[in-house]
Structure formats: structure tokens, C-alpha cells
Design a binder for this molecule. Structure first.
Ligand SMILES: NC(=O)C1=CN([C@@H]2O[C@H](COP(=O)(O)OP(=O)(O)OC[C@H]3O[C@@H](n4cnc5c(N)ncnc54)[C@H](OP(=O)(O)O)[C@@H]3O)[C@@H](O)[C@H]2O)C=CC1
Ligand SMILES: Nc1nc(=O)c2c([nH]1)NC[C@@H]1CN(c3ccc(C(=O)N[C@@H](CCC(=O)O)C(=O)O)cc3)C=[N+]21
Length: 291
């Protein structure tokens, strides 16, 4: 069994980005600029957004954190988005999800200018992704593809089962895995809460990608011997023996599944860091495209 080390891989990718930024700035350009919009004070969202800002510093990007109260109206948030769309000094931005219930996430996602949508969530960018046209790939699926590529994992012709069909992870990663690309060319099945005989289906997977949000859902006896396991899930589980009062759990029960896997991503240190580095890649692309 080998660990797919997202932390280490992301660090290497950051070093490459850092060099590219230095060359870019040496040529007289301004550094890439990413903004993150955070509505409300959800603890996990704050942690992720802070990490994204720290990543920017490490590679030499400019970053801005825009904190808004969770009492903000949808109209006010849309006005803020208009402002960001026309801000010439800004290359890309993200609006951290989830948003408070009174705000329609679809409306917000569609208001973000596709040229600044470094999350790759806008319908225009998702459409381009489906058609294999150059675009911003959604950060988590992009991170997963980079990790598979980095470890030279052969996905062509393999059975890939994706569990979870969200717009930001399950659905786009199922499309990327089935495209005529390397990595890709897999035979993909997308499973969700209505799927029948989920366990039997999971057993057929040469590559299993799990994005459910149910801690330790996948156990060792459920997976095929030699499978490649990608665990996207991140849930904070209360644990009073930890300093922070919680542990971070994936959707895969690591200890039992690792005995059967050929490759497996840990949580933390797997997909999460790759998601963040993909956001940096998209922002660099947005910046260079504008110039
Ligand atoms: N590492 C990273 O970078 C990231 C991690 N995450 C994490 O990934 C996890 C998933 O998040 P996200 O993609 O937003 O998904 P959502 O929470 O939006 O959706 C969960 C999906 O799982 C399906 N599902 C739920 N229960 C079952 C079940 N028992 N059997 C089969 N399918 C089921 C749902 O089906 P249905 O559609 O039928 O309801 C749905 O499609 C979370 O833990 C999240 O924190 C998310 C983004 C990035
Ligand atoms: N507009 C938007 N874009 C997103 O990309 C987006 C989002 N909203 N909302 C929430 C999810 C979740 N997400 C994560 C990113 C990094 C880690 C990450 O870095 N995790 C580390 C640390 C985990 C920890 O300690 O909590 C790790 O897995 O090693 C996790 C989760 C991005 N998301």
C-alpha cells in the first residue's frame, strides 16, 4: 500500500507556482491577486479560508479576505460581487460555501464573472469542462486529477466508482475521470443516496472516489483488493481528548481500508491540500490570461 501524499505533493506544486510567479513579476507584471469572500463565522469555513490566504503568501500572490456578516442580504452580496467583477486589480475570487440559508447559492455562483471564477463553479466554466475546452477546473476534482497524475496511476479502462454527486465534487470528478484524457478514460459510475446495492457496486471499483460527508462510511470489507482509494470527506468529529476538541474524519475508515488498497489518500493530508493548490493554479491562469 502506498499513501497518496497530498500534503507533500501540494508543497511541490506550490514551489513550482512560486517560481513561476517570481519570473512573472521579474518581467514587470504585478503578482496574481486572489480574494476570498466569507459570509458568517462558520468555524470550518474560517479555517479553510485562512489556509487559502496563507497559501497565497507562500507563493507570492496578493490576497484579500472579505468578511461579511451572516445577516447580509442576497441583494447586498450580489452588489459586492458586481464590485469584485469590475475590480481590475483582482484576478480571481471565491465565495466560500455553504452560504446562509436565506441566500440562493445558485444565484451567487452564476453572478460571479466566469473570467474570475477560479472555483470553476460557473455554468459556463462547467460547460467548458464537459467539452474539454480550456477553463478553470473545479478545485477539488482538479486536485484529485493532479494527485493521480503525480503518482502515475493508470486510470485508463478502469472501473471508477464515485460516491456523492455534489456540483462541486462528485459530479465534476465523474466527468473528468470519464473524459478522453490522461488521467481519465475510466468507466465511471456515479452513486448517490438513491443508489441500490451500493456495497456491491463499491466492490467493483478499481478506483473509488468518496465524497459523502459521512465519517468512516467505507470499511475495509467493502472494497476490492488492490483498489485506489480517494477520500474527499472532511468532517469535524467531537473528540475531547484532542487539543482542538475535535478530530478531522474522512469518509473512509483508513485503518481497515489501507490493508486492501494499493493507494490511499489520508485525511487530513490528502485531497484537502490539493484542493487549495488547485485554486492557486487557477488564479495564476486567470492572471496570465488577462495580461
Ligand atoms: N477535501 C476537500 O477539498 C473537500 C472536501 N469536501 C468534503 O466532502 C464531503 C462531501 O461534500 P460535498 O461534495 O459538498 O457533498 P454534499 O454534502 O453536497 O453531498 C453529499 C452526497 O452524498 C450522497 N449521499 C449521502 N448519503 C449517502 C449514502 N448513504 N449513500 C450514497 N450516497 C449518499 C448524497 O446523495 P443525494 O444527492 O442523493 O442527496 C450527495 O450526493 C464533505 O465531507 C465535505 O466536507 C468538500 C469539498 C472539498
Ligand atoms: N467556494 C468554495 N470553494 C471550495 O473549494 C470549498 C468551499 N467553497 N466550501 C467548503 C469546501 C471544503 N474545502 C476544503 C478545502 C481545503 C481543505 C483542507 O485544506 N484540508 C486540510 C486540513 C483539514 C483540517 O484540519 O480541517 C487537509 O485535509 O489536510 C479542506 C476542505 C473547500 N471547499
Amino acid at each position: 500500500m502506498r499513501i497518496l501524499d497530498g500534503k507533500k505533493t501540494a508543497e511541490q506544486v506550490r514551489q513550482e507556482i512560486k517560481k513561476e510567479v517570481a519570473t512573472w513579476v521579474d518581467k514587470g507584471n504585478r503578482p496574481p491577486h486572489l480574494a476570498a469572500v466569507l459570509v458568517g463565522d462558520n468555524g470550518a469555513s474560517q479555517t479553510y479560508v485562512n489556509a487559502k490566504i496563507k497559501d497565497c503568501e507562500e507563493v507570492g500572490f496578493k490576497s484579500s479576505l472579505i468578511k461579511l456578516s451572516d445577516t447580509i442580504t442576497e441583494k447586498e452580496l450580489l452588489e459586492k460581487i458586481d464590485e469584485l467583477n469590475s475590480d481590475e486589480s483582482l484576478d480571481g475570487y471565491i465565495v466560500q460555501l455553504p452560504l446562509p440559508k436565506h441566500i440562493n447559492e445558485k444565484k451567487i455562483t452564476q453572478a460571479i464573472s466566469p473570467t474570475k471564477d477560479v472555483d470553476g463553479f460557473h455554468p459556463e466554466n462547467l460547460g467548458k469542462m464537459v467539452l474539454n475546452l480550456p477553463t478553470f477546473l473545479p478545485a477539488t476534482p482538479y486536485g484529485i486529477m493532479q494527485l493521480l497524475e503525480y503518482y502515475s496511476i493508470d486510470t485508463s479502462g478502469k472501473n471508477c466508482v464515485v460516491v456523492g454527486r455534489s456540483n462541486i465534487v462528485g459530479t465534476p470528478v465523474s466527468i473528468l475521470m470519464s473524459r478522453n484524457n490522461d488521467p481519465g478514460n475510466a468507466t465511471v459510475t456515479l452513486a448517490h443516496s438513491r443508489t441500490q446495492n451500493l456495497e456491491a457496486l463499491i466492490k467493483t471499483a478499481d478506483i473509488l472516489i468518496v465524497a459523502l460527508g459521512k465519517p468512516d462510511f467505507i470499511k475495509g470489507d467493502m472494497v476490492k483488493e488492490g483498489a485506489v482509494i480517494i477520500d474527499v470527506g472532511i468532517t469535524r468529529v467531537t473528540d475531547s481528548s484532542r487539543k482542538k476538541g475535535y478530530r478531522v474524519a474522512g469518509d473512509v475508515h483508513f485503518e481497515s481500508v489501507k490493508k486492501k488498497a494499493s493507494f490511499i489518500t489520508p485525511v487530513p493530508g490528502g485531497v484537502g491540500p490539493m484542493t487549495r493548490v488547485s485554486l492557486l493554479k487557477n488564479t495564476l491562469l486567470a492572471c496570465k490570461r488577462k495580461a
